[in-house]
Design a protein around this ligand. Structure first.
Ligand SMILES: *[C@@H]1O[C@H](CO)[C@@H](O)[C@H](O)[C@H]1NC(C)=O
Ligand SMILES: *[C@@H]1O[C@H](CO)[C@@H](O)[C@H](O)[C@H]1NC(C)=O
Ligand SMILES: *[C@@H]1O[C@H](CO)[C@@H](O)[C@H](O)[C@H]1NC(C)=O
Ligand SMILES: *[C@@H]1O[C@H](CO)[C@@H](O)[C@H](O)[C@H]1NC(C)=O
Ligand SMILES: *[C@@H]1O[C@H](CO)[C@@H](O)[C@H](O)[C@H]1NC(C)=O
Ligand SMILES: *[C@@H]1O[C@H](CO)[C@@H](O)[C@H](O)[C@H]1NC(C)=O
Ligand SMILES: *[C@@H]1O[C@H](CO)[C@@H](O)[C@H](O)[C@H]1NC(C)=O
Ligand SMILES: *[C@@H]1O[C@H](CO)[C@@H](O)[C@H](O)[C@H]1NC(C)=O
Length: 603
């Protein structure tokens, strides 16, 4: 009922402590002093078990002495949710038993929960108080939901008595004790079950935890029982003797604060074990508590327990200062603690922090790093393109030397490679990429020895591109001659050699000079169809190896010029090719004869 709730709030504990002044007026027997609902006296029982509600009016024996001589009558009422008015309890049923100062419910069911009111009256005086009964469903034998805690210091003795047992309506009863759900009480002589009690002579580790007693008895032929659990919490043997200490702020400790920002000052305190005593830890600003100051900029939430070592606690109490001001630096921030044994206090030393834009700096670094990673990934993917681009922008133009050709192409005649050189390699290098290419058979003029001519042409080229072939190794061929000339000049540092592999060639077929030089040379592999487009890896790799030409804006004009230039040159080349064609046969034939001669001399 609302009335009770209001009364509880209004009267509460204060009413109890001031009860001598607030004695009920005894002029009228109709007027009954109502103490409301006594919250602390709430009764919790398991369903199907006996419960006992004792009338709290007897908790103050100086007030109400319930015995024959005082001629006071104890009456029990109950208020259910369905009935607005208090109903007298029907004591004729077996369920309810009025026994001395208490009411037994044997057994309690869920329907029995609710508010019970005990009323004490005589002809001149009346008082009543309400007690709440809660009924819980028990989850198994070991359910310890309903319990109360007792703290016992280590190495001390303690006797566990089953609650309510001494108030039992029938003296004849049986008690069974369990510790942590077990009936095993072997702990040497340090602990034993004696009669209805458990006697702990010396509390040791392992004896803590829930002790459950199950009491069975009979009433009017009905077998009844109730269960109570006592949770034993061991505490340090020195419990109740020490004074509290402030651990932080420690001496020499400096709290860094940033002006204009929210600041949390942490106070850490050691609160020794104290039985049933509320120990205090608090922050004060210029000797005023946060509550006294009532400044919304300061707040201090409830302390948190960082460590609980058998009752010895380390707690954290934070003072939150929002938007720390310069004037706050002049104030005294003090953390204090107190219990009945003593007091301790410590002042926090504050220091202004130089503002470091850590977030901005961190963001900047993060972005830089991300960009670096992105660039690195891009570089890995577009390595060739990046190199080419770099060279075209920053590379030096090699063509300022006195050399005549960019590329001298060396290849084995009469092989598949010849076809490749003539139809693809030459065309792309000359037409598409605009390099000046020297092909011996085409560009050398008749007359003069082949060896001298070869050396002269190779010497006038910036690069020697060797199309590797199994046939290159054949003694006395033009290809071998070119290769040897190239490798000699390579060693002299006057020429760079690039290898192209058109078709995979077994390394064993390579000329031994080439095999030796291979390690230092770039080998570019033709990948068939895939390598045909100018954007393929093959051409990019090759371009990287060929002489650099400065990237200029007039590339297009240059391109067309080279195109037309090529057209003119093509005609000239074709005409000379006709002359050369006949010569070539003799050129090739002659070395073959030479090789025959050399092999015969070798034999
Ligand atoms: C009954 O109450 C009176 C005081 O009201 C007290 O003196 C007396 O001892 C009590 N008797 C018993 C048996 O408790
Ligand atoms: C009724 O009870 C009150 C309180 O205990 C007591 O002071 C008073 O004397 C009692 N009256 C009678 C008639 O017994
Ligand atoms: C008993 O102590 C335990 C912690 O050990 C706690 O969780 C529980 O709420 C306490 N019970 C009561 C009734 O205070
Ligand atoms: C107590 O236990 C004994 C033996 O187990 C039994 O004979 C007796 O009836 C029990 N008494 C009650 C009140 O349950
Ligand atoms: C008390 O218990 C005994 C034995 O269990 C039984 O015989 C007796 O009837 C009980 N008394 C009441 C009032 O039920
Ligand atoms: C201060 O502590 C509170 C929680 O206690 C937290 O929400 C807040 O972020 C902390 N402020 C600073 C500046 O550390
Ligand atoms: C606060 O109180 C302590 C002890 O009474 C005293 O020593 C200290 O000077 C006071 N501080 C301020 C800022 O008033
Ligand atoms: C606080 O406790 C420490 C450590 O026990 C002690 O050194 C200090 O003097 C104490 N301070 C006060 C104000 O009691």
């Amino acid at each position: 009922m609302l009335f009770y709730a209001l009364l509880l709030v209004a009267v509460g504990k204060a009413a109890y402590s001031n009860r001598t002044e607030a004695l009920p007026t005894s002029q009228s027997s109709v007027q009954c002093h109502d103490w409301g609902v006594h919250q602390g006296a709430s009764v919790h029982v398991y369903e199907g078990e006996s419960g006992r509600i004792s009338c709290p009016l007897f908790s103050f024996p100086s007030l109400y002495n319930y015995n024959q001589s005082s001629r006071l009558t104890l009456l029990w009422y109950r208020q259910t949710n369905t009935h607005e008015l208090e109903q007298p309890i029907d004591l004729r049923t077996h369920t309810f038993l009025k026994h001395r100062d208490s009411l037994w419910i044997q057994p309690a069911t869920v329907q029995d929960r609710g508010l019970y009111i005990c009323m004490l009256r005589n002809t001149t005086s009346c008082a009543k108080v309400g007690v709440q009964l809660e009924v819980f469903v028990r989850g198994g034998v070991c359910d310890g939901t309903l319990h109360h805690n007792v703290t016992v210091p280590f190495q001390k003795s303690y006797t566990l008595r089953c609650p309510d047992l001494q108030h039992l309506p029938n003296i004849s009863h049986n008690v069974t004790w369990y510790h942590k759900c077990s009936r095993d009480f072997s702990f040497g002589l340090e602990r034993q079950v004696k009669g209805d009690e458990v006697k702990i002579y010396n509390l040791l580790i392992g004896m803590e935890g829930p002790y459950t007693c199950i009491v069975s008895y009979k009433n009017n032929g009905h077998a009844l029982q109730f269960t109570r659990t006592i949770n034993v919490k061991p505490v340090s043997p020195s419990c109740g003797t020490e004074h509290p200490r402030i651990l932080n702020p420690a001496s020499g400790q400096i709290y860094i604060v940033t002006l204009g920002e929210d600041v949390n000052l942490s106070c850490r305190a050691f609160l020794p074990c104290m039985e049933n005593e509320e120990q205090q830890v608090w922050w004060s600003i210029d000797n005023k508590t946060v509550e006294e100051l009532a400044d919304p900029r300061y707040s201090s939430p409830a302390r948190s327990i960082e460590l609980d070592d058998y009752g010895d606690q380390t707690v954290l109490k934070v003072l939150h200062v929002s938007e720390f001001l310069a004037s706050d630096l002049q104030r005294e921030f003090r953390c204090s603690t107190r219990n009945s044994r003593g007091f301790n206090t410590s002042i926090a030393t504050l220091q202004k922090n130089v503002y470091i834009p850590s977030v901005e700096l961190g963001c900047g670094l993060g972005v830089t790093l991300a960009v670096a990673v992105l660039l690195f990934v891009l570089y890995r993917v577009y390595k060739l393109e990046v190199h080419l681009l770099y060279r075209s922008w920053f590379g030096t133009d090699e063509r300022s030397d006195d050399k005549e050709y960019d590329v001298y192409i060396s290849y084995a005649r009469n092989g598949e490679e010849e076809e490749f050189v003539m139809t693809t390699l030459r065309r792309v290098l000359e037409v598409e990429l605009g390099y000046s290419v020297c092909i011996f058979d085409r560009d050398s003029l008749p007359g003069g020895t082949i060896t001298d001519e070869t050396l002269r042409f190779v010497g006038r080229s910036r690069r020697l591109v060797i199309v590797v072939s199994a046939l290159s190794a054949v003694q006395g061929t033009q290809a071998l001659l070119e290769l040897q000339a190239g490798l000699v000049m390579l060693r002299g540092g006057r020429l760079r050699v690039v290898l192209i592999q058109y078709k995979p060639v077994n390394k064993q077929c390579w000329v031994k000079e080439l095999r030796r030089a291979r390690v230092a040379l770039t080998l570019i592999r033709w990948q068939g169809e895939k390598s045909l487009p100018l954007s393929s890896r093959f051409w990019k790799q090759l371009q990287l190896e060929l002489p650099a030409r400065k990237h200029t804006t007039h590339t297009d004009t240059e391109h067309t010029v080279s195109h037309t230039g090529h057209g003119e040159r093509k005609q000239a080349v074709e005409s000379t090719a006709l002359i050369l064609d006949s010569l070539r046969k003799t050129v090739i034939r002659t070395p073959q004869k030479q090789s025959e001669q050399s092999s015969s001399t070798a034999v």
